[in-house]
Design a protein around this ligand. Sequence first.
Ligand code: UD1
Length: 342
Amino acid sequence: MKTVLLTGGTGYIGSHTAVELIDAGYKVVIVDNLSNSTVDSIDGIERITRVRPDFVKANCSNLSEMEDLFRKYDGFKSIIHFAALKAVGESVEKPLEYYSNNLVSLINLLQLMKNGGGGNIVFSSSCTVYGQPDILPVTETSPYKPATSPYGNTKKIAEDILRETINVNDSIRGIALRYFNPIGAHPSAEIGELPLGKPDNLVPFITQTAIGIREKLQIFGSDYDSQDGTALRDYFHVVDLAKAHVLALKRLEETRNKTGFEVFNVGAGKGITVLEIVKTFEKVSGVKLNYEIVGRRAGDIEKVWADTSLANTEMGWKVESTLEEALLSAWNWEKKIRQVKS
Ligand code: UD1
């Protein structure tokens, strides 16, 4: 059985990926410092798969803690690196925390991989590296745009670190997946997104408003160039994103990648407005959402969606779930964690 280390594996995308990896026959070891997640997701993973992943509480940016972890497991040949701070606004307030946490953790992992004779790494990147692209849909060859936040900059710099390290270390191979906007939860409602405090992201804010935790959703901006004036993003189901990680890892293991380091867009390939999300949510949940339209949010771009041809042809990946399914799963998860009967 192949072992894979998931850093940040108790978090939103990590926990869904753990399920898909276990289902694909991998042994999963999760390391997480629980700064923005809880061990409850380990129970959820176990209830879905009937397998309990190993869990180690440690901080990836602490080298000695990572050395202990690698020693305990005799190194790792496969790593999926999710662990990172991801709140855009907070990163503007605390740039050093973001640079230090997000970059030192990656450097530690690469150093330990190198010392251990190499291996495969899949990295969580983001469409934020494209900024506001000039041409849509955006392809992997579209240029980097200056980041609008330290968080976004950590993703760009992390890609550089991976590319430059892999260029001179044949034993390390890597894939960065540039996520667009993953939403939803596992259809079992055993795991899902659980933001601590007030959510920054759209869908958790919608579900928390619908359940009554938040009074109303604020829609940021109605003067964008779109069919209804609200901003366009590429929303897709988190389970589809989780599956992309399994395919990326397999590609690395089978050395099917053309160069040591590759990047792939992962999204549905379609621009959806904020109002369309609200309307679709209302339709699938049967709940009328309280919302108001306010001014633009600082740092937001107008529109972005992916060209996913490369992931389709090279990794054999495609989106399987609909927007309706994704939003319904997010709603079922919200109801489950708040113990509301449908
Ligand atoms: C943001 C980050 C992205 C990061 C991702 C994950 C930016 C520019 N991008 O994506 O880099 O990877 O979060 O944390 O910050 N919206 C509302 N009301 C709300 C919340 C959101 O109208 O209460 C709108 C936003 O203005 C945006 C859309 O919904 O148009 C999606 O927002 P969000 O879910 O925060 O994702 P991004 O901003 O696309």
